[in-house]
Design a protein around this ligand. Structure first.
Ligand code: NAP
Length: 238
């Protein structure tokens, strides 16, 4: 890959695997310097084995966001992949997990922007992670749909407010990251088999599919306010 991110620093918030780790790897391949930040610093250090700087952050805690911004100073780009998704029929939903979902994927990223944008160069950017359920709701997805719908909407508002700093979101479909382990082995296999049979690309997505879209959003300087679907065409199937 061309070194489009040569000498640029990119903060990647999330876990020690999945889309966050694939993104860190893709950014490094593009010549960028990665700072990986999350709640589990030991897991991050083990996953990255000293190849990136590791920092602590909890997106539900504004002080931890402000502390990290103060420690790092200027960062060229910020990517946030954290989530605390909650599925369930609305009759069974409790407020606390729904609020945690919003705190992690909506309010936390807003606070990231609040604390990192003032120090960011004018050609910097933010990439947020949205998700397919804002565009293709399912029964039982109302909390996920609300969370990702908020990400879609705030991406456009932030792009206007932060200009010329760019703000984009990637909206993944079904990606094999471990996120579906909650369904058990059989449930996950059945879900993947359904996706592979029905969606137009006939496969489930990989973390690398999303990471390459994130690098595209980081490096295409004519792109802002965009929510880019990377979902194998899943919403086209009724
Ligand atoms: N996988 C998919 O199919 C899919 C589909 C649509 C959208 N997405 C979106 O893509 C993004 C990445 O997905 P993924 O599947 O790679 O990961 P994921 O399973 O959604 O994991 C997200 C990670 O965020 C971290 N996190 C949670 N709360 C946090 C907080 N308060 N502060 C900092 N980190 C926190 C957690 O890691 P720790 O426990 O280590 O802190 C968690 O494992 C997410 O935003 C997800 O919603 C994924």
């Amino acid at each position: 890959m061309a070194h489009l991110l040569k000498d640029r620093s990119v903060l990647v918030v999330g876990r020690a695997g999945g889309i966050a780790k694939a993104t860190a790897t893709a950014i490094q391949a593009a010549g960028g310097q990665v700072i990986a930040a999350g709640r589990n610093v030991d897991e991050l250090k083990a996953a990255y084995n000293d190849t990136v700087d590791v920092e602590s952050i909890d997106l539900t805690d504004e002080d931890s966001i402000a502390d990290l911004a103060n420690r790092l100073g200027t960062v060229d780009h910020v990517v946030t992949t954290a989530s605390a998704r909650v599925y369930g029929n609305v009759r069974d939903l409790e407020p606390a997990p729904v609020m945690l979902s919003l705190a992690t994927k909506v309010i936390g990223p807003l606070m990231l922007v609040k604390h990192f944008e003032p120090r960011m160069p004018r050609d910097g950017s933010f990439v947020l992670l949205a998700g397919i359920r804002s565009r293709q709701p399912l029964p039982g997805s109302s909390a996920v749909t609300a969370t990702n719908g908020a990400v879609d909407a705030m991406t456009r508002a932030l792009a206007l407010e932060l200009a010329p700093i760019r703000v984009n979101a990637i909206s993944p479909g079904t990606i094999d990251t471990g996120a579906y382990d909650r369904l058990g082995e059989q449930g996950r296999s059945e879900l993947y088999a359904t996706r592979e049979r029905r969606n137009p690309v006939r496969r489930v997505g990989t973390s690398e599919d999303i990471a390459s879209a994130i690098v595209f959003a980081l490096t295409n300087t004519f792109l802002t306010g965009a929510v880019i679907p990377v979902d194998g065409g899943e919403p086209l199937v009724v």
